[in-house]
Design a protein around this ligand. Structure first.
Ligand code: URP
Ligand code: ZN
Ligand code: ZN
Length: 476
């Protein structure tokens, strides 16, 4: 099957040009000058007119948690529902986290995640490994996983008793990564300090969701980010700090990069748009009642008045933020978030956004925050390079997988579960209700197959394949 995507503006991380894109089977075969004799000679099985539209690489979301067990429940999107929602929103590759907790064997968990995902996904998928129990067995497994295409390892400085690694354990895991070429991903919040603040808040009757944010202040993120960067310098491991929400933490990442270290930052749409004030009520109320649980995630949404969002966009422009991912970790209000009524510390942490990342970041282009090229870079190309997918994913070039999005800048997207709005994630609410985007995902191809068109999702369960990743391709 050959497809010709005609006359679109093909965007890359570095530029744009009006070209026809020829797809042959699963791959991109050629970029051809529109109207040239060569184009005229091509007899494609299907022609897609992209006049007036952007043709971009399929989105690469390197931070999702499908079906992740958390706090006595599990994330409400399965690999099936979550990757279908990703397809709706123009994301054609996800990298999900295999979870190893205390007492579990890493390789058993990897096998479990393969079983959960295989045959269910609408788009391609890869895995990172969460090491929640750094010990001799898990350190050995880190070496084995490199050969299995799982080349990045997430550690936690938060969640004592669940996932938290001591500084000594972090050093050991970083030494392993420095040796085997893997990438350390860090959840950088000072969990011990946070636990004290949480206990104090609950003891004084501050039990509502709003206090999730006030008990995880930016200092706890800044301190942990700084410590992680210093330990990375000590061990020589590359470090990617996930879901950064505080401007002070990003300043530490920028500082480390300026010092020449392989330190990278990631942020998420929720930290660019939503804020702690969303958990406060309308005028007159002191804070929203339990509805604030919709926006409970860690690190928390930051106070708008503290000025984080402008700084985060600045760091996207200037490079300390390498990738924008979703940290997609959805829970329903009913029976899930509700577990925390009367005690905010029992609310499962996470927000669902896998469907909306491409749109929300495109709105950053419309708002004059980032260029078109930076949009493509942080959503597609840079995450592919950071996580060893580039060449196959993240670029429109001959030989790459034909993962392509046709994006309509004249279109419009209303997000939410209300009438006329879009939301295909398995959640009973949208954290993004009422957000309006001046653009629209028009068509999505995954390895040469149209999986979303103007009629909606037209893909199939099981089309998505596991992608074994190489080592990071962008180390300084
Ligand atoms: O609130 C969050 N971020 N939930 C997902 C788990 C994690 O730490 O990434
Ligand atoms: Zn995390
Ligand atoms: Zn996460």
């Amino acid at each position: 099957m050959t497809i010709l995507i005609e006359n679109g503006t093909v965007l890359s991380a570095t530029g744009s040009s009006v070209h026809d894109v020829l797809v042959d089977g699963e791959k991109i075969a050629a970029l051809v000058e529109h109207g040239s004799a060569l184009t005229a000679s091509i007899r494609a099985d299907r022609v897609i007119d992209a006049t007036g539209k952007y043709v971009i690489p399929g989105g690469v979301d390197v931070h999702t948690h499908m079906e992740m067990p958390f706090g006595g429940t599990q994330a409400s999107d399965t690999f099936e529902t979550g990757t279908r929602a990703a397809a709706w929103g123009g994301t054609t590759t996800i990298v999900d986290f295999v979870v190893q907790s205390h007492g579990q064997r890493v390789q058993d968990q990897v096998a479990l995640w393969h079983r959960k995902a295989a045959g269910n996904c609408a788009v391609d998928y890869a895995f990172h490994q969460i090491i929640g129990d750094v010990n001799a067995e898990s350190l050995k497994a880190m070496d084995e996983l490199i050969g299995e295409g799982i080349t990045s390892f997430k550690l936690f400085m938060a969640y004592p008793g669940v996932f938290l690694s001591s500084d000594g354990q972090i050093v050991q895991a970083m030494q392993a990564a420095a040796r085997n070429g893997g990438l350390i991903m860090m959840h950088a919040e000072n969990g011990s300090a946070i636990d004290v603040l949480v206990r104090q808040a609950l003891a004084s009757g501050h039990t509502r969701p709003y206090f999730h944010g006030t008990t995880r202040p930016w200092q706890t993120e800044q301190e942990a980010t700084h410590r992680a960067a210093v330990l990375a310098e000590l061990t020589g491991a590359p470090l990617y700090v996930v879901h950064v929400s505080a401007k002070q933490a990003l300043a530490r990442i920028a500082e480390a990069r300026n010092a020449g270290l392989n330190v990278f930052g990631e942020t998420c749409p929720q930290y660019l748009y939503l804020s702690l004030e969303d958990q406060l009520g309308a005028q007159g109320e002191k804070w929203r009642d339990f509805e604030g649980a919709k926006w409970v995630c860690s690190p928390p949404l930051r106070a708008r008045a503290e000025g984080h969002q402008d700084e985060l966009w600045k760091y996207i422009r200037t490079g300390a933020v390498t990738a924008v991912s979703t940290d997609h970790c959805p829970f329903c209000m009913k029976d899930q978030k509700e577990m925390g009524i009367g005690d905010f510390s029992r609310i499962p942490n996470g927000i669902g956004s896998v469907e909306h990342r491409m749109d929300l970041l495109y709105q950053g282009v419309v708002d004059g925050r980032i260029s078109l090229q930076r949009w493509v870079d942080v959503c597609c190309t840079a995450p592919a390079r950071m996580f060893g997918l580039y060449g196959r994913k993240g670029v429109i070039a001959p030989g790459a997988d034909a993962d392509i999005v046709v994006y309509d800048p004249a279109g419009h997207t209303s997000i939410g579960i209300g009438e006329g709005r879009v939301h295909h994630m398995n959640m009973d609410y949208s954290a993004w209700e009422g957000y309006e985007i001046a653009g629209r995902v028009d068509m999505v191809l995954s390895r040469g197959i149209v999986i979303k068109d103007s009629t909606g999702y037209v893909g199939t369960r099981g089309h998505g394949r596991f992608v074994a990743r190489s080592l990071a391709q962008n180390l300084l």
